[in-house]
Every structure is written in C-alpha cells, then in structure tokens.
Write a protein that binds this ligand. Sequence first.
Ligand SMILES: [Zn+2]
Length: 113
Amino acid sequence: MHELSIVQSIIEIATREAENASARQVERIELEIGTLSGIEMNSFWFAWQHARQGSVLEHCEADISQPGGQATCLLCNQQYPIAHYTEPCPNCGSHFIDITQGKELRVKSITIS
Ligand SMILES: [Zn+2]
C-alpha cells in the first residue's frame, strides 16, 4: 500500500527530529497533502492509525492541509483549478499545462513536547 510507505517515511522524519531534540514524543505534526499528490485519504488515515503505534507519533495530533489543484496552460496562460492530471485547459483545450499547486506532499512542521 502506497499510503503506508508514505506514513512510514513521515514517522522516520519525525523520529529523526525527536532524536535530535532528545525527545520521546511528538506533540503535533503539520502535513501538506495536495489533492493531486495521489494520496487516498481514507487509506492514509488507516495507515496513520496503525503504523504510528509505538512510534514517536503515537500520541501526536495531525494537522493536515490539502491544497487543491491549480494549473496554468502553457499555450494561452489561462490559470484554472484542476481535479485530475488529464484535465485539458478549459479555455483552449490544450493538454500542455503546468501544474502549479496540488502535488504537495510534505511535513510542514513538527512540534516536540
Ligand atoms: Zn489554454
């Protein structure tokens, strides 16, 4: 499961941060998961609930923001919201587009107790 390996990476990052701060628990973690990142949120939450048991994130509060997709057409410069990669430009129908937002997948901040 893709989401499980994502959660495991998040735990690795948090564990390293906690170790650097000589802490045993992370209080809060802020994540950014764009709607075009390919993460299925139900699977993510399932993996999150299970994988973090016994880790530094066990009692952690997750604050997740999900930036929506935004694209810019490379032919006519139209900017528009996009739900799927394959959506063409609504103005000229071009598929030559630049995804400018929505692919985010990152740890924004970690609060250690
Ligand atoms: Zn266009």
